[in-house]
Write a protein that binds this ligand. Structure first.
Ligand SMILES: Cc1ncc(COP(=O)(O)O)c(C=O)c1O
Length: 407
């Protein structure tokens, strides 16, 4: 279907139809072009394709029809001009940094980001002469104060992993535009139809496609969305050509299939998350619930406006200290080990409800003092609400919490 047939179409329609290309067989589902290279009829044709004088594929690291279809779908869903898919979310993070930073540049990074992103910012970028300041990007005055003459990028997650803190994307983008600074938002926790960072003024959006975009827990993938110019730079110079973070055609096919049900899945994830957050908020063994959809959240108004009243399917919560004389870690361990339906696993956005302990798992490679400064205590648990029936998820948590009451 031509892109312009979808002008004005709803999110569900775009999820189903965008990127679908009719091939010679008329296949309804996008075929998997499982090939490493593409043959030319003549040397002249190959020369012209390399010179980009005629369109066409030459080698799957640089372009593949199945992956191209996926890229078109993701670009349309994020309301961006173009997308480049990567083999993982970290591939997307790396490709953006490699494409747009050089020695002598300065980056403002949100103080609470995914553990491996934190590692790259703290350890890898300085090796290449790039300075990084960690700033609470939810605090606009702190962002303004951190800007330097050589600041080239403001990079943040909203909501953050795992504290669910919200950054006002429009406000940060406004500060950045005045100084010609590129704004990069990791939108993994709140993909469309929840939140549209490009519409709010960000320059680049990236995703761990592994999470909600694929949505079925069977693919590792990433994506970067932005203007055609920026994505052209990333695809040609960083992601596919040099760093080789290209996804396999089979994974691109799976992600396209997953995306067709994105709207239905996100609605259910977010609805289930709200019900779980409300249950946890009333639970006497829980000290704090970090979920921006709760009316008690100090960021509720901003989140409602920015996140289309959907608020993500992820939350974190902290157990009260000293339950049954246990350390915070022991109490978390006991609760999680007694869950029967929810799985202990470090991903999110899957059909299954997942729980994990950030201090010893996703953020274990962050120094303890940096972790605690970001609020990641030993009593914190991250929960990704799955697609199960809410009564069953709640019953599972109720029986696991009973084991803590008995401790
Ligand atoms: C917010 C966020 N960004 C990036 C990543 C990295 O994605 P991947 O695991 O697909 O490399 C993750 C992984 O958990 C994440 O949570």
């Amino acid at each position: 279907m031509e892109k312009n047939h979808l002008d004005g179409a709803g999110f569900g329609t775009v999820s189903v139809h965008s990127g679908q290309v009719k091939d010679l067989t008329g296949a309804l589902a996008m075929p998997i072009y499982q090939t490493s290279t593409f043959c030319f009829d003549t040397v002249e044709e190959g020369t012209a394709k390399f010179a980009k004088e005629i369109p066409g594929y030459v080698y799957s690291r640089g372009g593949n029809p199945t992956t191209a279809a996926l890229q078109e779908k993701i670009a349309m869903l994020e309301k961006g001009e173009a997308c480049v898919a990567t083999a993982s979310g970290m591939g997307a993070v790396g490709a953006v940094l490699v494409a747009f930073l050089k020695a002598g540049d300065h980056v403002i990074c949100g103080e609470c980001v995914y553990g491996c992103t934190d590692f790259v910012m703290r350890n890898t970028l300085p090796q290449f002469g790039v300075e990084v300041s960690f700033v609470d990007t939810g605090d606009l005055e702190a962002v303004k104060a951190a800007v330097r003459d050589n600041t080239a990028m403001i990079y943040f997650e909203t909501p953050t992993n795992p504290m669910m803190t919200i950054t006002d994307i429009s406000a940060v983008s406004k500060i950045a535009k005045e100084k010609n600074i590129r704004v990069v938002v990791d939108n993994t926790f709140a993909p469309p139809p929840v939140q549209y960072p490009l519409v709010l003024g960000a320059d680049i959006v990236l995703h761990s496609v592994t999470k909600y975009i694929n949505g079925h827990g069977d693919v590792i993938g990433g994506a970067i969305i932005g203007s055609a110019d920026d994505i052209g730079v990333i695809a040609a110079n960083a992601s596919s050509k040099i760093c080789g973070t290209t996804p396999s055609p089979f994974n691109s096919f799976l992600v396209m299939r997953g995306l067709q049900t994105m709207e239905l899945r996100m609605e259910r994830h977010c609805k289930n998350a709200m019900a779980i957050a409300e249950y946890l908020e009333k639970n006497p063994l829980v000290d704090k619930v970090y979920y921006p959809g709760l009316k008690s959240s100090p960021q509720y108004e901003l989140a409602a406006r920015q996140m289309n009243h959907l608020f993500s399917g992820v939350m974190s919560f902290e157990l009260k200290e000293g339950i049954g004389g246990m350390t915070s870690y022991e109490a978390c361990r006991k609760l999680l080990n007694h869950l029967k339906l929810a799985s202990i696993a470090v991903s999110l956005g899957d059909p299954e409800t997942l729980v994990q302990h950030p201090a010893s798992m996703t953020h274990a490679n962050v120094q303890k003092e940096d972790r605690e400064a970001a609020g990641i205590t030993d009593g914190l648990i991250r929960l990704s609400a799955g697609l199960e029936n809410i009564e069953d998820i709640l019953a599972d948590f109720q029986q696991a919490f009973r084991t803590l009451e008995e401790a």
